[in-house]
Design a protein around this ligand. Structure first.
Ligand SMILES: Cc1ncc(COP(=O)(O)O)c(C=O)c1O
Length: 460
């Protein structure tokens, strides 16, 4: 039984009785069901029951520079003392302006215009609303529809949820049904007889056919994460992004690259679209690693080209938030970028990525693993009790990610369980020996889980 102090006990009761968490389960609340995190240091978090865990998910794919950075706290405190807030609607401030200039500098191509938001969902929302606004202004109000993909996750506002393609997230929730969701782009799930080249052709054709079928005059934007992150770290086949970008250009469809996860170093670059996948999108959305999770902030980066002609219409883009470009969040982002540059974190990610990916791939042979996939410092194990991958085995294996996470936590590692997946996106400052520790624990936890599954069910 966990021994909590009175305050910790009370906090658990308040949590169970009063908080509706993201993806909340309304079944009877269990005050002891959640880990309570008290503080962090480097790549580790500490819980109220005295455990120290290596943070496999990096918070929520976001704590790039790790925990316990006094200089981040100082930068935020200084800004809070100087100017905690002022309205972005009728004034501006130096710190969010400097950040906008910096983002224009580090983003690819002519993505020089920043719509600040409060997080990833609102950055996606702003991107989609901007595209619709622009088409209204350009006199083509029928060009409004969006195309996305199965297993995409773009957020939790009505519009960003509408372009998400994860079935589980859509169930019992209302979304805009006019969004076209293209089929799975995961190469390892293609039919056994299909070559990777044929799979690539099929995926490209999926987009082209959808645009033609819906009608190029009505399709406004294609939105795509370079890697489908919370949908299961799905990496589309090589050549996919460039081909999709070309189709978008052909049909005057805006290409929105959702880099909320892949941006800010996860793949060893500020943004993955151009440096890793060779495309310059029309819009990039960013959040999470932008402040390394130290403060909430999102950014929708829009190309110069998309702004052409908008001024002439004399119409305002009526989108924005009280906290757009919040000064304290902007100060956190600027300090975060300074730390990235000073400590050469992007180069560090590129240096340790081969070890991370090698250790991930080595688990491919484990009997519980049916697929190991990843890129940069993000990885995912798809789990199956017997190696099979069908809708029936998925129903059976629904809790397998959670089971592996439980065993990891007993050994000092937290991973992110998503149904039958165990996902890792650790702080980018993780060292080679911490990567070793992480995968040693993961391998042992897989053995633990396998041993439990092999036990005959208890009778009576
Ligand atoms: C690719 C992607 N886009 C958007 C979002 C939404 O971001 P937020 O939770 O900050 O609203 C997420 C969150 O995980 C994401 O992974």
């Amino acid at each position: 039984m966990v021994d909590h102090s009175n305050y910790d006990r009370a906090a658990r009761e308040w949590d169970a009785n009063h908080i509706i968490h993201p993806w909340h389960d309304f079944a009877a609340p269990d005050p002891d069901a959640r880990s309570f995190v008290t503080h962090g240091e480097g790549v580790y978090i500490h819980t109220d029951d005295g455990r120290r865990l290596l943070d496999g998910p990096g918070g929520m794919w976001c704590v790039q520079i790790g925990y316990d950075r006094p200089e981040m706290a100082d930068a935020m405190a200084d800004q809070a003392r100087r100017l905690p807030y002022f309205s972005p609607f009728n004034a501006s401030n130096a710190v969010s302006s400097e950040l906008a200039g910096k983002l224009a500098e580090i983003s690819p191509g002519d993505l020089n215009n920043v719509c600040f938001t409060t997080g990833g969902s609102t950055a996606v929302d702003a991107a989609l609303r901007f595209v619709q606004f622009r088409n209204n202004v350009l006199g083509r109000p029928e060009k409004k529809r969006f195309i996305s993909r199965q297993f995409a996750y773009h957020g939790s506002t009505y519009l960003s949820a509408s372009v998400s393609g994860k079935e589980r997230d859509g169930s019992m929730m209302d979304v805009d049904q006019s969004v076209r969701i293209l089929p799975d782009v995961c190469p390892s799930r293609r039919p056994a007889e299909q070559s990777e080249a044929a799979f690539l052709e099929e995926k490209i054709a999926d987009l082209r056919n959808a645009v033609i079928e819906i009608g190029p005059d009505t399709v406004a934007a294609f939105i795509a994460e370079p890697i489908l992150a919370s949908g299961g770290v799905i990496i589309p086949p090589a050549g996919y992004h460039a081909a999709c970008k070309a189709i978008c250009e052909e049909f005057d469809v805006v290409y929105i690259s959702d880099e909320v996860v892949t941006g800010f170093g996860r793949l060893g670059h500020w943004f993955a679209s151009q440096e890793v996948y060779g495309i310059t999108p029309d819009i990039i959305t960013s959040a999470k690693g932008l402040t390394s999770g130290y403060a909430p902030l999102g950014a929708c980066l829009i190309s110069d080209r998309l702004l052409e002609g908008l001024g002439e219409a004399g119409q305002a883009f009526k989108n924005g938030f009280t906290y757009s470009g919040h000064p304290v969040s902007s100060a956190a982002a600027l300090k975060n970028i300074e730390i990235f540059e000073r400590d050469d974190i992007l180069a560090h990610v590129r240096e340790v990525t081969p070890l991370f990916q090698r250790r991930l791939q080595a688990l491919q042979d484990h009997p519980l693993v049916c697929d190991a996939r990843g890129a940069g410092l993000v990885g995912c194990l798809e789990l199956s009790a017997d190696g099979a991958r069908t809708p029936e085995t998925l129903a059976r294996d629904y809790q397998l990610g959670a089971l592996v996470d439980q065993f990891c936590q007993k050994r000092g590692l937290m991973v992110r369980p998503i149904i039958n997946l165990a996902v890792m996106s650790p702080p980018l400052v993780i060292t080679q020996s911490e990567i070793g520790q992480m995968f040693d624990i993961l391998a042992a936890a897989l053995d633990d889980a396998k041993a439990v599954l092999a036990r005959p069910p208890q009778s009576g």
